[in-house]
Design a protein around this ligand. Structure first.
Ligand code: SF4
Length: 77
């Protein structure tokens, strides 16, 4: 079970990087593409470190969002 210490969103650009848990399959492609901001928990599900990602990482964030095979990683406005 996720705790308050596992960040589930990060402000990037004008949006918010979020994970749709109803879609996430936990295969971890996002952590491979965005290792500075996303780590995997003990079950392989991603955790977003909001302090490790910012506007300067917007292009990397967009690339990771585009690569999510389940459309679970989103940059919402
Ligand atoms: S790439 Fe998408 S489906 Fe895979 S772990 Fe990351 S958010 Fe979940």
């Amino acid at each position: 079970m996720r705790t308050a210490t596992s960040h589930e969103a990060a402000a990037v650009g004008a949006g918010s990087l979020r994970i749709d848990w109803t879609r996430c399959d936990g295969h971890g492609h996002c952590a491979a593409l965005l290792p500075r901001a996303i780590t995997l928990d003990d079950w392989g599900y991603p955790m977003i470190d909001a302090a490790a990602v910012g506007d300067e990482h917007l292009s990397d964030v967009k690339r990771a969002v585009s690569a999510c095979p389940s459309l679970a990683l989103r940059l919402e406005r």
